[in-house]
Design a protein around this ligand. Structure first.
Ligand code: APR
Length: 232
């Protein structure tokens, strides 16, 4: 069965009401990365970092998947689909996608500050400042901060190398190493970009089709096109 790898960023969740990072009203227009998304920030001002992720987790609880997430999940009925996402929300899973690799962590999980393998789900939205892991160390958001390694990237490159088609939805392709994923598709594998804006596609050498539309509109249309091509 043909394998489709769907590589997503914050834009796929924008139509669910979640902020992106680099759009005009994005998260990085309202917060400094060095205040809320670095190991130094967590050490220097733990309360602000915990509050930042608590706010995003609380917002996520009242958010639901949009037609883009649903179209991606429904593709599994026609193709061998794997999602590699930069997003830390769980909307792909809630839409029904069964194979999701999170490159930058997950909002709904916390982990030991001492042992990055000790990961626990969080009930509700609120992490308390003094919540501790079983190993006795303080818990922290299970998020990859800037300057930290991206442990799932190697696995993601293997997934990308298996793609017969790659769909890139809602990412500016501005953050590395995640953005490099488009370079791991085999030569000749078609890459479809679904984004109303202009992500940095300069490093894409494969056949490229840019569907300039919001994900909630463009993704269902692209899914339908791929299904019809398969059936024809
Ligand atoms: N539908 C599809 N794409 C959209 C929509 C929409 N409704 N709205 C915005 N976009 C596009 C923008 O045009 C942009 O290309 O989504 C992309 C969002 O880019 P960023 O805000 O940079 O988000 P992302 O690419 O996911 O950021 C990557 O940066 O800050 C880190 O860890 C964070 O995972 C994040 C990484």
């Amino acid at each position: 069965m043909k394998k489709i790898v769907v590589f997503t960023g914050a834009g796929v969740s924008a139509d669910s009401g979640l902020s992106t990072f680099r759009d005009a009203d994005g998260l990085w227009a309202n917060y400094r990365i060095e205040d809320v998304c670095t190991p130094e920030a967590l050490a220097r001002n733990r309360a602000l970092v915990i509050e930042f992720y608590n706010k995003r987790r609380k917002e996520l609880l009242s958010t639901k998947p949009n037609p883009a997430h649903i179209a991606i999940a429904e593709l599994e009925q026609h193709f061998d689909v794997e999602v590699v996402t930069q997003n830390v929300d769980d909307l792909h899973e809630r839409a029904g996608s069964t194979r999701v690799t999170h490159l930058h962590g997950e909002l709904r999980k916390l982990r030991s500050e001492r042992n990055s393998e000790l990961i626990v789900p969080i009930e509700g939205w609120e992490q308390h400042l003094d919540d501790r892991a079983e190993d006795g160390s303080l818990l922290r958001p299970h998020i990859v901060f800037f300057g930290e390694s991206v442990p799932m990237f190697d696995r993601a490159t293997q997934i990308a190398a298996e793609a017969d088609a790659m769909i890139v939805v809602g990412t500016s392709l501005a953050v590395y190493p995640a953005a490099m994923l488009v370079r791991y598709a085999r030569s000749g594998v078609p890459i479809y970009v679904v984004d109303p804006g202009n992500p940095d596609t300069s490093m894409i050498r494969n056949p490229l089709a840019h569907i300039k539309a919001r994900a909630a509109v463009g993704m269902p249309e692209l899914a339908q096109q791929l299904i019809e091509e398969k059936e024809s």
